[in-house]
Design a protein around this ligand. Structure first.
Ligand SMILES: Cc1ncc(COP(=O)(O)O)c(C=O)c1O
Length: 591
């Protein structure tokens, strides 16, 4: 493409694939992958032979495959951005059918016959890629809570794949010979003869990324949150939160009971530790906890039924602290210990469980009754990174005091716009996390390092072998800084508020959960339904059928409702709000 973006002519030949890209303006960009020798016919008697030089050792394969991939994605992006030629950010059914019919069939003689890297890549670009959703490409993919991928995060993630680091054990740089006592001293130029070999910088980069995140989110005052790690997402973070909470509250009862060797959940198991501490049960108290919380409770052996709602009447997403206190007191009488989970924010409404004075009160209740506080901040935690301007003060009040919790889960793959799968878990007391996650008895995985240095990730998380998922986060934090991230989050919130205002003022729609709420209670989620009951039944489908935006559905008060969740870095408030207003008006008027 030329500098002015108006004329280009790209013809790339890659073995059997021919990519022919011709454009005159960005909006009429045409991209085609011409059929190659690969044609997947399930009924064909014999598989096509792979081209003779099509091997994994072809030095150009990755270069060319990546170039063609980016051209293909760019052409999808152009068709996703409301161009007059193709304003549809969602998939036509025939694209999906084509992808499904291209999948290998076990009955075919070609099944599991080698296709070779180039042919395989051609198939991925031609048949699979067009049938994937465009959530990361379109600011108007407003379903679920997905986020997109900042280009710098994608570039970092490619580096992760290119070098396939396994970030599990921290091997520190061995100390310099007697001349220096500072093992972290970076060798100077004239240290070229430094003979200390080390393993990888990945654990140090991961630690740097976690440190920057902790600072960005304002958790760097007071507690050090040394128990910190990257997870696969907030579900894994909730599993860790309940596991740490269970470990702490049950063990402290077992320790208080005193007799003989102290039992712990990690070493002796939940049943033995509960028996030793006279614990009859573990309950999880929450207000509209995300569904993954019940899953986490099942995984850590508490059971889905241990999750109990203690939300305020009329505002079920808000923790009712009087009810929490009642349950903690009753639990104490009945031998039931508790983990309190703060939903910051709640996935249907985007509202928060606490407000500015609630967390100190909750902390003092938890200390009095020996409970653990876990925050599920999958998307809402990032409200702490919004600018501290008047329009966001209400949201800051919602997330004030979360630093008083014992553990916190959040997602990188949502509002931070790094690729799936990426989550963050913080635990105030690193020793609890280490006790839960220590990988014992593997001499070959032992870190020779100082335990006060970076903790080996395999001892503070669920996995042993782990992807270097810290790198895209590191890249985003470095590239955008506080300011860039605050600006990105502001755009998301302001678009959500524009949509809230439209829905609130529209004669056709009902703004949920309460129409008299302040617009400033909107974070990134907008919940609403059609006033016309018949339209409401099909509202999600009608909106999505326009092809101009994508929303997902839910239920509120037992009736269908639509959720809009804004989470893509590409958001432009006025442009995108205009499309949403136009679509919702047209759908309501039956146009
Ligand atoms: C509040 C909340 N918690 C947990 C999750 C689960 O997160 P993940 O899908 O990253 O595991 C979500 C997902 O939307 C969520 O909104």
């Amino acid at each position: 493409m030329t500098g002015d973006g108006h004329t280009c002519n790209i013809l790339v030949h890659i073995d059997a694939i021919v990519v022919d890209s011709i454009c005159t303006t960005p909006s009429d960009h045409i991209f085609t992958i011409k059929d190659s020798t690969y044609s997947h016919d399930p009924s064909s008697p014999s598989p096509p032979p792979p081209p003779p030089q099509d091997t994994n050792t072809d030095p150009d394969f990755l270069l060319t495959s990546y170039t063609t991939l980016r051209h293909a994605v760019n052409s999808l992006s152009l068709s996703s951005s409301h161009s007059p030629n193709n304003p549809h950010p969602i998939l036509p059914p025939q694209t999906l059918r084509r992808a499904l019919s291209s999948l290998p069939r076990p009955a075919s003689p070609a099944y599991l016959q080698p296709l070779g890297p180039s042919e395989t890549h051609a198939h991925l670009l031609r048949d699979i890629l067009p049938a994937l959703n465009h959530q990361s490409l379109s600011p108007l993919y407003l379903g679920f809570v997905t986020g997109g991928v900042l280009p710098v995060a994608e570039a970092a993630d490619n580096l992760v794949s290119a070098l396939d680091q396994n970030v599990q054990v921290h091997f520190p740089l061995p100390p310099l010979p007697s001349s220096s006592s500072d093992p972290s001293r970076v060798p100077e130029r004239d240290d070229d003869d430094d003979e200390r070999w080390t393993h990888s910088a990945s654990t140090a980069v991961e630690a740097a990324a976690l440190g920057m995140l902790v600072a960005l989110l304002g958790f760097d005052n007071g507690a050090d949150w040394r128990g910190r790690t990257f997870t696969t997402g907030a579900t894994a973070g909730n599993i860790l939160g309940l596991a740490c909470g269970r470990e702490s509250v049950v063990n402290s009862r077992a320790a208080a009971a005193g007799a003989g060797a102290i039992k712990t959940v990690a070493r002796d198991g939940l049943l033995a530790a509960c028996r030793a501490g006279g614990v009859e049960g573990v309950q999880v108290l929450t207000s509209m906890g995300h569904s993954s919380l019940a899953k986490a409770a099942s995984v850590v052996g508490l059971g889905q039924g241990s999750v109990r709602e203690v939300g305020r009447p009329g505002e079920p997403w808000r923790l009712d602290l009087d009810a929490v206190e009642g349950e903690l007191r009753k639990g104490e009488e009945d031998g039931v210990v508790s983990v309190v989970v703060v939903s910051a924010g709640e996935v249907n409404t985007g509202r928060f469980a606490t407000n500015v004075l609630d967390m100190p009160k909750l902390r003092s209740l938890a200390d009095r009754y020996g409970a653990w506080i876990h925050v599920d901040g999958a998307f809402g935690l990032f409200a702490r990174a919004l600018p501290k301007t008047d329009e966001f003060l209400g949201l800051h009040a919602n997330v004030a005091g979360l630093e008083l919790a014992d553990s916190i889960a959040a997602d990188g793959h949502k509002l931070l716009n790094v690729p799936y799968d990426n989550g963050i878990f913080l635990c105030r007391d690193a020793s609890v996390l280490t006790q839960v996650c220590s990988n014992p008895n593997a001499a070959y995985l032992a870190s020779p390092g100082d335990p006060n240095e970076i903790l080996s990730p395999l001892n503070i998380g669920l996995e042993n072998s782990r992807r270097f998922r810290a790198l895209p986060v590191y890249a985003v934090l470095l590239s955008e800084g506080r300011e860039g991230i605050a600006a990105m989050l502001s755009r998301m919130v302001l678009l959500a508020r524009e949509i809230s205002a439209f829905v609130r003022d529209s004669e056709h729609y009902e703004w949920l959960p309460n129409e008299d709420a302040s617009l400033e209670s909107t974070f990134i989620v907008v919940l609403f339904r059609a006033k016309d009951a018949a339209l409401n039944e099909v509202l999600v489908d009608r909106i999505n059928a326009t092809g101009k935006m994508f929303v997902s559905g839910t239920k509120w008060d037992g009736r269908k409702a639509v959720r809009i969740a804004v989470g893509n870095w590409r958001v432009e408030v006025e442009r995108d709000a205009a499309v949403v207003r136009e679509v919702l008006t047209a759908v309501a008027e039956g146009r």
